[in-house]
Design a protein around this ligand. Structure first.
Ligand code: NAP
Ligand code: ZN
Length: 366
């Protein structure tokens, strides 16, 4: 077994870590703060960030136009805004959508010749601006991954960019900002973190220290999901566990990648507006069935860390709200065409692999 691990983002963890480590924001004299509509303010993270920037004598502008499943056009526009104010770095505050968008904005900002779609070519002249991130959801792990998932406005398709230029220079991981998340967003983001942990765990690359990260977060996430399945509010005491576990899960996928529930989940998000975590969780049962067949040793370990598989499936299914989405045979055929010429890495990384025909069948059962 050979693997390599590279994760150069400087991470600060813990309550109050933004203000206590304000000197880490000394990435220039001027920055563009990037947010969504409300969460940066609502969570208290924006207030703390402004205090920290003032302490370091860094001036700032704010771009608050990033929506869920960030559009390349919005990121491109924010890149222009960064150039207009002469930003030296980008400070993203929000859930995975804003954190991912910030990585793309940093690339657009320093490369004025790039059109929105050019970001997928992964070729540009100037180095991306440095990026600082403050997470407000406990899900994506974008704080520690070299990935940004963007949506192409023209096709409506979600497609990632990844590489060393997608790492944050610094990430602040303070679970207190996640307390303002609604029950539904908490559940969806927790399901996403769980999907990362198990999809990463079942890839062949997940061994050695990566397996330690996975084995650390799988039981934590599952115990929180079990609690969430029994209530419709979020107990305060699970917030910290969920957030840190989501970062461990991020460390797992950063090296191991995800498996087939992720690309299949994109179909539910793009066509039926299902939130990302719920969309991935919709494929939990067929995924673990294949793991049981093709990776029995890890599967036994997975059940030891969680519960009897029937019970685990019931917990995940009770939390997965697809808002009535029905795919069916005809749509599945159409959606699966995207994998006709290129089988994604996530399919080959899944135990037993996955063909386009198998993906179509799994989709048709939604
Ligand atoms: P999100 O799309 O960032 O946010 C979902 C909703 O939650 C938004 O309405 C947001 O509001 C709100 N919200 C966020 N934090 C909140 C808080 N503390 N309090 C109240 N509301 C809050 O959700 P996400 O699940 O974190 O990110 C999903 C995106 O990340 C998807 O595009 C997915 O594909 C991507 N992803 C990336 C990676 C990676 O490695 N980079 C991994 C997995 C998934 P506002 O609009 O007001 O901010
Ligand atoms: Zn995900």
């Amino acid at each position: 077994m050979t693997y390599s691990i590279y994760m150069p983002a400087k991470c600060f963890w813990g309550n109050g870590c933004v203000c206590e480590n304000s000197s880490a924001l000394d990435l220039g004299k001027n920055c563009l703060i990037v947010t969504g509509k409300n969460s940066a303010k609502l969570s208290g993270a924006l207030g703390d960030a402004i205090e920290a920037l003032k302490k370091e004598d860094v001036s700032y502008g704010i771009f608050d136009g990033i929506g869920e499943n960030p559009l390349i056009s919005a990121c491109h526009k924010a890149g222009e805004a960064a150039r207009e104010i002469g930003a030296d770095f980008i400070l993203g505050i929000g859930g995975g959508s804003v954190l991912d968008a910030s990585k793309a904005i940093a690339i657009y900002a320093s490369n004025s010749e790039l059109s929105p779609i050019d970001i997928y070519k992964r070729e540009y002249k100037n180095k991306a601006l440095p990026v600082a991130l403050i997470g407000t959801t406990a899900g994506t792990g974008s704080e520690v991954t070299a990935v940004a998932v963007l949506t192409n406005d023209e096709t409506g398709i979600k497609k990632s960019i990844s590489g060393p230029d997608c790492y944050a220079a610094v990430s602040f991981c303070d679970p207190k900002y996640t307390h303002s998340m609604s029950y539904k967003t908490t559940v969806s983001t927790a399901l996403d973190a769980f999907a990362h942990a198990i999809e990463g765990f079942f890839t062949q690359k997940c061994d050695g220290p990566l397996r330690l990260f996975a084995e650390k977060c799988i039981p934590k996430l599952y115990s929180c999901l079990e609690i969430l399945s029994q209530t419709d509010t979020v107990p305060d005491e699970i917030r910290e566990k969920l957030y840190y576990a989501s970062i461990y899960a991020g460390l797992v996928i950063n090296t191991c990648g995800t498996a087939f529930p992720h690309p299949l989940g994109y179909v539910l998000t793009e066509n039926y507006g299902v939130p990302h975590g719920m969309a991935c969780a919709a494929f939990f049962a067929p995924f673990v069935d294949r793991c049981a067949e093709f990776a029995p040793e890890k599967f036994a370990n997975f059940c030891k860390m969680t519960d009897e598989i029937g019970k685990v499936k019931a917990v995940i299914s009770s939390l997965t709200d697809l808002g009535g989405a029905v795919i069916g045979k005809e749509n599945a055929k159409k959606f699966a065409l995207r994998w006709q010429s290129v089988i994604p890495r996530n399919f080959t990384a899944s135990p037993g692999g996955l063909t386009m025909e198998e993906a179509e069948k799994i989709l048709s059962e939604i």
